[in-house]
Ligand binder design. Structure first.
Ligand code: 4AD
Length: 455
């Protein structure tokens, strides 16, 4: 082949810069365009024809380089992940052929902007899936260029917007809560400690306590904030840093709390499925539907009984007893067997956090709930909160918490206390359920879990 330096034909119309998402419009208008992007895939057909799949973040586009274009001096340098500017016109793909969007770009001029390496440094070599998941997470910055990983990140954005939209439509106020705290919310064992100008401080486990202080002047409130947990195990659903969607609502009843949760989950799924990303969602999880309301309600004690009836045994061969925590395995077994969302309700006081409201008739039980989803298990934890001053003092004492650091939280029980409740939803767990992923880390941009804090 005789390579040459390409020049743009000056008799052609000036190319208009577009994104791939605008390709259909440009084709209908018959415009000459220029599109900047990355080579996602490339295939040479003989010496005189090359098919490229261009990627620009807004979509994928098939591009065709004919004989003259294949004679460019830059052709031998072209590799997957190189950046280019492609000039040309869009046409429908020939009958019987398929391409993203049903069209392709017939290139009449192109420029190489940056050549990605070939050989042992080549992108394809670097991302050898056989190397195992940890090696792939070391290369997360490159993995994100893949179709599945980038679809998951885009859908993260779609679902995040659906959550926000739900809250805004329901008149909740969004708050930005502190990440650095000097109080615990969910027990000392998973706190990340740090030195704060010589004083102990922690990364937040939950914004709940702060949200509670907002309801007297802001009513229903929510936040979308990172929470941190020094989890001592690596499971399919535990992260050290996760996106926590939390809300707090004054003057609601326990039943209303459960109804709001059902509404939230169903409304968000409905919003996402009626968005322009519907096809992308269904490609990842063809079975996703808006769940039936009301969700099954199951008391904690009945869940223990269910597990015993099902003869589900712990690793040591014994059955679960009333008063024991229901860990991931039995929880998954139950929700996967029943195959529908389950509200686990009324957990014993002894198992739960200091702030949970107790049942008036049976103070050994709390007005609490975990929402379990098939495939993942718990995605939401919520409860009514103690709103009586004496009761909260007893709660601190029971958990060995020094009330000194909680004066601002306690004050809510002095200055116009009210019955109230709220919840926290693990966004990655929600996505793992909705998009049918095995592991929550797949839906994180850069996951943080035990022994991984990089890249
Ligand atoms: O059940 P949790 O610990 O409840 C709270 O933090 C409450 N203060 C929330 C509230 O009422 N405002 O956590 C709530 C949810 C869980 O259901 C789970 O989905 C998620 O947060 N979560 C985690 N997700 C990923 N990795 C972890 N290590 C998680 N810990 C909790």
């Amino acid at each position: 082949v005789e390579y040459k330096v390409l020049t743009e034909d000056s008799t052609l119309p000036v190319a208009q810069k577009i994104k791939i998402r605008e390709a259909e419009k440009a084709r209908k208008e018959g415009k000459r365009v220029v599109i900047f992007g990355w080579i996602h895939r490339m295939r040479m057909q003989g010496k005189n024809m090359m098919f490229l799949t261009l990627r620009d973040g807004s979509g994928y586009l098939q591009c065709l380089l004919g004989k003259e274009m294949c004679q460019s001096v830059d052709i031998p340098k072209l590799t997957v992940e190189s950046t280019v500017a492609l000039y040309g016109t869009l046409v429908e793909v020939p009958e019987g052929k398929s391409a993203p969007g049903g069209h392709e770009l017939i290139v009449d001029f192109w420029k190489l902007i940056h050549a990605a390496p070939s050989g042992i440094e080549a992108f394809e070599t670097k991302l050898n899936k056989e190397a195992g998941p940890e090696v792939m997470y070391d290369q997360r910055h490159l993995v994100l260029r893949g179709e599945t990983a980038s679809s998951l990140m885009k859908l993260r954005s779609v679902f995040l917007q659906a959550f926000r939209q739900h809250y805004i439509e329901q008149h909740y106020v969004e708050l930005t809560t502190p990440c650095l705290t000097q109080t615990e919310c969910e027990g000392g064992s998973t706190l990340f400690k740090l030195d704060y100008y010589g004083e102990p401080a922690y990364l937040t486990q939950s914004s709940q306590l702060y949200l509670e202080t907002a309801i007297p002047s802001m009513g229903d409130v929510f936040c979308i904030q990172m929470s941190f947990r020094a989890e001592a195990s690596r499971t399919r659903r535990h992260l050290s840093e996760f996106t926590h969607i939390e809300a707090e609502m004054p003057f609601i009843t326990y039943d209303e709390l459960l109804e709001r949760l059902e509404f939230l989950v169903c409304d968000v799924i409905e919003k996402a499925l009626s968005s322009s990303s519907r096809d992308m969602i269904l490609e990842l999880n063809p079975d996703l539907k808006v769940p039936q309301r009301p969700f099954r309600r199951m008391q904690y004690k009945d869940a223990i009984e269910w597990l015993r009836q099902a003869d589900f045994r712990k690793d040591d061969g014994t059955l679960y007893e009333y008063g024991e925590d229901i860990p991931e395995k039995p929880e998954r077994f139950m929700v996967d067997t029943l195959g529908e969302p389950i509200f686990l309700c009324r957990f014993p006081t002894a198992m739960k956090a200091f702030y949970m409201f107790r049942d008036e008739e049976d103070p050994a039980l709390t007005h609490s709930t975990d929402l379990l989803m098939p495939g993942v298990g718990e995605i939401i934890g919520g409860s009514m909160r103690i709103w009586d001053y004496e009761d909260i003092m007893k709660g601190y004492a029971r958990e060995g918490i020094d009330p000194k650091f909680y004066y601002w939280y306690t004050d809510q029980r002095k200055y116009g206390a009210c019955p109230h409740g709220g919840y926290g939803l693990g966004f990655e767990r929600f996505l793992a359920w909705a998009l049918k992923r095995d592991h929550v880390r797949e839906v994180c941009f850069y996951p943080r879990y035990m022994k991984r804090c990089t890249p």
